[in-house]
Design a protein around this ligand. Structure first.
Ligand SMILES: NC(=O)c1ccc[n+]([C@@H]2O[C@H](COP(=O)([O-])OP(=O)(O)OC[C@H]3O[C@@H](n4cnc5c(N)ncnc54)[C@H](OP(=O)(O)O)[C@@H]3O)[C@@H](O)[C@H]2O)c1
Length: 317
């Protein structure tokens, strides 16, 4: 098949292209910067410049490519990491999820594209009540923190738009990414002991290695019914387990512990909720319906051996 990957030069995109090519697919890969063309070509893709917020340009690029499938991996989270002003940090990503998705779906419609696969997220988005692990049927958080309302609204909008579109629209809710290009910031914070455990660390996180997320994306390109799928590993785990373990894996000192009230003052409400109340996700539907399963079934193996592309030595990063 011919696959148009919008936002192909990012953390997930550059792991996805080789897997699509290995699966026998032709890939048209977009970036806003011609400087990334060589990287994309070296991975086996045809490179195209595209601003996903420019409707006319999206229409032209898709109509020129005439793809069978469109994959939307555009996000803009690099650099501005600010959990206190979450919606400000997510502002462009929110636009890419709302307008960017609308532009791509309109272009897909004009060209007669069969399938559309879009990046979503599972983690802080889940309702912070009931059981520790959520399925795709469980509600998103009805009471997001003040600074996360727009980000959650954009996710809700995009998921609804894609999964009910007049083609096969698949939403992949990736868990928290780790792997080359996705975990360096977190590891740097741990090494500087700037990532303390807040409160009881009872928040449940679901992780996914970038290569496993890419493999699930290939599966969704090739088959699967319209709808939402959680793409996470087999072991949702509390912060109190994975955070000290990750610190140990990267040779950092054990994270400091701070009470929730101090975490709220120092890091803000969204961070405290994420560390103490978050819920994990089940991958049962993706395994059953996409025929996918993570090669790294647990972050325990992944954190130790797969944070970088370096050969496993027992000490990662
Ligand atoms: N589930 C998760 O945990 C999750 C999800 C998303 C991101 N992240 C992490 O956040 C960090 C930064 O990520 P990021 O958001 O910058 O994602 P990224 O994975 O580095 O790249 C996102 C892609 O979106 C493209 N893009 C951005 N703005 C665009 C626009 N206006 N039009 C077209 N394409 C556009 C970028 O294109 P250019 O080539 O033009 O720059 C890039 O190819 C990474 O470490 C990543 O792993 C984690």
């Amino acid at each position: 098949m011919k696959v148009f990957v919008a936002g192909a030069a990012g953390a997930i995109g550059i792991r996805l292209i080789p897997q699509l090519v290995a699966g026998g697919h032709r890939v048209v890969a977009t970036t806003r910067s011609e400087a990334k063309f060589e990287t994309l070509r070296a991975l086996g893709a045809e490179a195209v410049v595209l601003d996903g917020l420019d409707a006319a340009a999206v229409g032209e690029a898709v109509s020129r490519a005439e793809p069978d499938v469109i994959v939307h991996q555009m996000s803009a989270l690099a650099g501005g990491n600010n959990l206190r002003k979450f919606d400000r940090w997510f502002a462009t990503t929110n636009k890419l999820r709302v307008q960017g998705t609308q532009h791509l779906l309109a272009a897909a419609d004009a060209v007669g594209v069969d399938r559309f696969v879009a990046q979503s997220y599972t983690g802080w988005t889940n309702a912070r009540e009931g059981g520790p692990v959520k399925t795709e049927e469980d509600p998103l958080d009805p009471r997001p923190a003040k600074y996360q309302r727009e980000a959650l609204g954009a996710i809700r909008f995009m998921e609804q738009l894609v999964s009910t579109a007049p083609l096969t629209g698949i939403v992949l809710r990736y868990g928290n990414f780790y792997g080359p290009g996705a975990s360096e910031d977190l590891v740097a914070l741990l090494r500087k002991r700037k990532m303390p455990m807040i409160g009881d660390g009872a928040g449940i996180w679901s992780w996914i290695h970038l290569d496993d997320a890419a493999a699930a994306t290939v599966a969704a390109v090739e088959h699967g019914a319209a709808g939402v799928y959680n793409i996470v590993d087999d072991e949702p785990a509390p912060v109190s387990e994975w955070l000290p373990y990750l610190a140990e894996c990267v040779g950092a000192k054990a994270p400091m512990r701070v009470p929730a009230w101090l975490g709220r003052v120092a890091a803000g409400e969204t961070t405290v909720r994420w560390m103490t109340q978050a819920r994990g996700a089940s991958n049962a539907k993706a395994k059953r319906e996409l025929g996918w399963q993570p090669a790294l079934a647990t972050w325990r193996t992944g954190f130790r051996h797969a944070l970088t592309d370096a050969p496993a030595t027992g000490i990662a990063v």
